[in-house]
Design a protein around this ligand. Structure first.
Ligand code: ZN
Length: 175
């Protein structure tokens, strides 16, 4: 998303939850998607000692977990924060935004009835078998549209994918 001529990023304020139930407004420099969630690169306000006993303002930079360790500041837009995805974001992923799970799993099932074509789970669902191939969002949506495939309601699959499927249907109706 960044171009070689992109200007130097300007950090935006974000609240960081510190150990010991404290909270501080820090700089958010960038964020990056990891397999198990998100990491936000924050700059915490601090002091450091300079030469001859001086004290100067400083910034302590650290990667923290999101959303566990951060809270948005009211009125601040985080749209322009440099963001690194696991894979390049597609239009579908951008629709869902950064809160989506990092993958999906299709569990094949035999037999008849609803779910005979399989069940789509978020990759971290208890019912998703370990080692199953992880699907991208597009592949999961494709799978979800096959007859007999249902979305697991235990994990985020139904809640996350249903609105996307319905949202796109709606979009097609309008064109
Ligand atoms: Zn599930």
């Amino acid at each position: 998303m960044t171009t070689p001529s992109a200007p130097e990023p300007v950090p935006v304020p974000i609240r960081v939850l510190l150990p010991g139930d404290q909270e501080v407004v820090a700089h958010l420099w960038s964020r990056r998607q990891a397999r198990d969630g998100w990491r936000y690169e924050v700059g915490l306000p601090a002091y450091r000692n300079g030469p001859e006993g001086t004290v100067e303002p400083a910034e302590y930079r650290v990667w923290v977990r999101a959303p566990q360790h951060v809270r948005p500041v009211d009125g601040v837009s985080y749209d322009a924060v440099p963001t690194e995805y696991l894979a390049p974001p597609s239009p579908v992923q951008e629709t869902l935004g950064p809160r989506r799970p990092s993958g999906w799993v299709l569990v094949k099932a035999g037999g008849r009835g609803p779910g005979r074509g399989g069940v789509v789970h978020a990759v971290d669902c208890e019912e998703a078998p370990a080692g199953a191939p992880v699907l991208t969002l597009e592949r999961a949506l494709d799978a979800a549209e096959q007859p007999g495939v249902r979305l697991c309601s235990l994990c985020g699959a139904a809640a996350e994918l249903d609105p996307v499927l319905k949202g796109f249907d709606h979009g097609f109706e309008e064109t």
